[in-house]
Design a protein around this ligand. Structure first.
Ligand SMILES: [Ca+2]
Length: 164
């Protein structure tokens, strides 16, 4: 029984790794896993170091790196999500895109109020559907950093990926 449980955990970890191993782009976004009844994910925009979106919200130049998550919001309960960073010198930002993913897509919501090392929060729109969450640096601030996203009540449907 214990062995089976360990194998299941190993399989889940392998699946999670596969989902996030490639560049976390619009074409191959990562997902936010469910951990102990919280949707939480930690990552970094430093590795892989990829500038996925050169423009944000169709308006801001973004030479900084980006990491992209796909969220299937299938409940009305989610309200606020937060991004924290342990990197005091990094000024993070995150964006909530509705329906489609790209630098020209209008941002439904943006979290970019805090300065370097600060915690960003945003209230996400109520409508159900597919969204994309982009983690990046505050436009023009440069750098990259590590982060944790806490999304307490966003149901996320795990999705399998094909890495080309
Ligand atoms: Ca960028």
């Amino acid at each position: 029984m214990v062995k089976n449980a360990l194998m299941l955990i190993a399989t889940l970890l392998a699946t999670a790794y596969t989902g996030s191993a490639g560049a976390q782009s619009c074409a191959s976004p990562a997902t936010i896993p469910l951990v102990a009844n919280m949707h939480q994910v930690s990552g970094t925009t430093c590795a892989p170091s990829v500038n996925q979106l050169g423009t944000l919200c169709g308006a801001f130049n973004s030479p900084e790196n980006d990491v992209i998550y796909r969220v299937n919001k299938d409940s009305l309960t989610a309200t606020t999500i937060a991004l924290t960073t342990p990197d005091a010198g990094w000024n993070p930002a995150f964006l909530w895109l509705s329906g489609s993913c790209g630098g020209g897509v209008a941002c439904a919501e943006v979290g970019d109020n805090a300065g370097a090392g600060g915690t960003e929060t945003m209230t996400i729109p109520a409508p159900l559907g597919i969204y994309y969450l982009v983690v990046t640096s505050s436009p023009g601030s440069g750098g990259c950093g590590a982060y944790t996203i806490d999304a307490p009540r966003i149901p996320v449907t795990l999705k399998s990926f094909n890495i080309d």
